[in-house]
Design a protein around this ligand. Structure first.
Ligand code: IMP
Length: 462
């Protein structure tokens, strides 16, 4: 990877998250050296980055996906960190992987407390039909405390008044839970969760704590590469996503500025990751969703087991779009890596992609999970929207309050599995890739054709 010498390379999800960033980052990480750096700049353990390493599947939520490479890894200032979850995650890493010498954490990152998790899930429950579908990991309350200027940060754990500050804030949270949400926190439950939290704090004490801004500047000045690993996706950005159906942080490339404390001039062109189709988890508008409203409600209310009973063998070529969506979910394993929820599925959406490319300055793209479409006879791409009778590729201010009609173009699908074709793409797949490249005006440097690292077709990969 030679891109962006002396600048940070952002790796950003172009859709609603779950674009396969873990595999993309792991692949880039394998070519990095100990003087290079992979950083997370926002979000917390709401993320779920799946990596297959030596045939074993790992899901990382807080630790950057470069853990199996040689580069330094850093949990940046813009993150929210649940210490117990961090400790649990490190225990999943095989003993022979020497990551502890390579990992560091920003003192400015926010600590997610047990009461943040309660505030998240209880407040979601009371929203009824207006819920966001949060991952329940306490992300929004943790960021809320940052802007309320009362959050606990990683650097606070080194001061003698840390426990006092913790107790004070926990008490405030419990009062809110009781007075606003009529929820009494059980002492037993709190004690158990605090035990896990403080074990995590002890673990944090053993890690290297480093200012993100200084670490990044130093790495760049010694000609090291810096990869900023995005989490979630562009459309979940708290300001530029489909508000309010978003996460609480800045998921886009410019979030690197405030997430790491670096000036805009440090941020190079982004590598944008996107799936060969679209998925989203949780609530909110989704113009190309297969089965539309029926799919949204189904995915909100049903579990994987329910779906398996009703659709043991969903037909990707069914005439019923809802069933096609179910088939796409089965084939793509589109089940939330963090929550186990059914992800909603639909076709590629070009207006949304163009928006994401523009606001992230994505100068290269990685297309993932193309193999998932192998069982379809025909696939579709939404090339335009029709809004108020007008054909457009621009997305409106509020996707949920606009009547959007999608204009589709269909493509025939290749025969057999993509892996049968080795390192070459069959004609139909190549036509699809070239079409996307042309309409998006950005080169697709790498195409994912299966879950493991070697399942890929490199196009202009340097
Ligand atoms: P929160 O980040 O847990 O507050 O959830 C807010 C919204 O973002 C919900 O719709 C979640 O399903 C979604 N979300 C959060 N993290 C991810 C992710 O890593 N992938 C996909 N969706 C996510």
């Amino acid at each position: 990877m030679q891109k962006n010498q002396n600048k940070i390379t952002p790796i950003i999800g172009m859709q609603w998250g779950d674009e396969g960033k873990g595999k993309g980052v792991a692949r880039i990480a394998s070519s990095l050296s100990p003087k290079d750096l992979i950083v997370r700049f926002q979000g917390g353990n709401n993320a779920g980055h799946t990596i297959y390493h030596k045939g074993i599947r790992y899901v990382f939520q807080l630790i950057p996906s470069g853990v199996f490479g040689q580069a330094q890894i850093h949990l940046g200032a813009g993150m929210v960190i649940n210490p117990g979850a961090l400790l649990a995650e490190t225990k999943k890493i095989p003993k022979n992987v020497s990551f502890l010498k390579r990992i560091s954490v920003s003192p400015h990152a926010i600590l997610t407390m047990p009461t943040h998790l309660l505030l998240d899930s209880i407040s979601e429950k009371t929203k009824g039909g207006k819920k966001i579908g949060s991952t329940g990991k306490g992300i929004s309350p943790s960021y809320t405390d940052l802007t309320l200027r009362r959050a606990l940060r990683v650097g606070d754990i080194f001061y003698s008044d840390f426990k006092k500050k913790y107790d004070h804030l926990s008490k405030e949270h419990q009062e809110t839970l009781l007075n606003v949400f009529k929820y009494k926190v059980s002492a037993k439950e709190l004690k158990e969760n605090e035990k896990i939290f403080f074990e995590g704090i002890k673990f944090l004490h053993s890690l290297r704590i480093t200012n993100s801004a200084e670490l990044v500047a130093k790495t760049l000045s010694t000609r090291g590469k810096v990869i900023a690993e995005g989490a979630q996706g562009t459309l979940l950005d708290v300001r530029f996503g489909n508000y309010p159906f978003v996460t609480s942080s800045h998921t886009i490339a410019s979030g690197i500025g405030t997430g790491l404390g670096v000036p805009p001039s440090f941020i190079g062109g982004a590598i944008g990751l996107f799936k060969a189709y679209t998925s989203r988890v949780g609530e909110g508008p989704f113009p190309t969703e297969l089965g539309g409203e029926q799919s949204r409600i189904w995915c909100r209310d049903k579990k994987v087991a329910d779906e398996k009973i009703k659709f043991p063998n969903p037909d990707p070529n069914s005439r019923n779009e809802f069933e096609q969506g179910v088939a796409l979910r089965h084939l793509g394993g589109e089940i939330g890596a963090v929550t186990g929820r059914l992800r909603r599925t639909g076709w590629m959406d070009i207006p949304l992609m163009k928006y994401a490319i523009k606001i992230n300055n994505a100068t290269e793209l990685i297309l993932t999970k193309l193999d998932i479409l192998s069982s379809f006879k025909k696939i579709k791409v939404c090339t335009h929207y029709i809004i108020n009778g007008k054909k457009t590729q621009e997305i409106p201010f509020d996707l949920s309050r606009s009547q959007i009609k999608c204009v589709y173009k269909s493509f025939p699908v290749w025969k057999g599995e993509l892996s049968d074709y080795g390192k070459k793409l069959p004609k139909e797949a190549l036509d699809y890739v070239k079409f996307l490249e042309k309409i998006l005006s950005v080169p697709i440097i790498y195409v994912g054709t299966g879950p493991e690292e070697h399942h890929c077709v490199e196009r202009y990969w340097k």
